[in-house]
Design a protein around this ligand. Structure first.
Ligand SMILES: C[S@@+](CC[C@H](N)C(=O)[O-])C[C@H]1O[C@@H](n2cnc3c(N)ncnc32)[C@H](O)[C@@H]1O
Length: 232
């Protein structure tokens, strides 16, 4: 690439090349106006960083034409749930979006590996009322307070096109795999927020355990730390 060409384009080499001379990927999230305005609206309600949110947004858009409901387990203050709502709406889809959380923080910690990093009640600074207010004008949003999967009994025979799992814990992640896998439509997506984070080792263990059994799908690891399952 000629430096003259870059100069014409008003691009500085440092912006597009690493110090070892390899090209950097473009920050395309900065060019997506819908995504930028969504993030402005919800950034105070999510602990998921901008790039993971961009992945989630793109995955939701990918799943939009597939028939079925949408779900999120691990809502906290509703930030990523709002992102999902707006992403589906941006494709003209008014899908039913089912949201699961205790709204009083993490449930009992049952796996030893989770105990190093988490305790019961972590993330208890969100409330059901707060999230209900956030979605007060959204008639397609359904909120299920309580411990998942007990809180999901009413959806035993529902079908899904997209599921976001952001639960930090082994048992919650494993329960989510068991509950949603069979209900996911072909082409549907399960996205796990915490899979590659050393502070959430139970999530990777649960996903790897579940998908190394009889299932043909394998977790696809993203450099953001998320992983996705694409249902065949
Ligand atoms: C990291 S927070 C979710 C963050 C959120 N997605 C955001 O946009 O920032 C994890 C949430 O998972 C919830 N959680 C974990 N396991 C659960 C379970 N089995 N049932 C219900 N909620 C659970 C916790 O209450 C907590 O609010």
């Amino acid at each position: 690439m000629s430096n003259e060409f870059l100069k014409d384009q008003n691009i500085h080499v440092r912006q597009i090349m690493t110090s070892s001379g390899h090209p950097l990927p473009l920050p395309l999230w900065k060019e997506d106006e819908i995504f930028q305005s969504i993030m402005e609206e919800l950034k105070s309600n999510t602990m998921v960083d901008l790039i993971r949110c961009f992945m989630l947004y793109q995955l939701a858009i990918q799943a939009a034409p597939i028939p079925g409901n949408v779900a999120e387990v691990g809502v906290w203050k509703g930030g990523t749930a709002k992102l999902l709502e707006i992403a589906f709406e941006s494709r003209g889809c008014k899908k039913n979006i089912h949201l699961f959380d205790t709204f009083s923080g993490l449930p009992e910690i049952s796996a030893d590996q989770d105990r190093h990093f988490h305790k019961k009640g972590d993330f208890n600074d969100a409330s059901l009322d707060y999230v209900r207010t956030l979605f007060q004008n959204s008639h397609n949003i359904h909120i299920y307070p309580g411990i998942f999967p007990e809180s999901a009994k009413a959806l035993r025979s529902a079908g899904f096109c997209f599921v976001h799992i952001d639960v930090d814990l082994y048992k919650s992640a494993l329960d989510a795999c068991s509950f949603f896998y069979e209900k996911l439509a072909p082409g549907g997506i399960m996205a796990f927020d915490d899979y590659g984070f050393p502070t959430c080792p139970g999530v990777k263990t649960a996903v790897d355990e579940f998908f190394s059994r009889d299932h043909r799908e394998r977790p696809i690891y993203l450099p953001t730390g998320q992983c996705i399952i694409l249902k065949r």
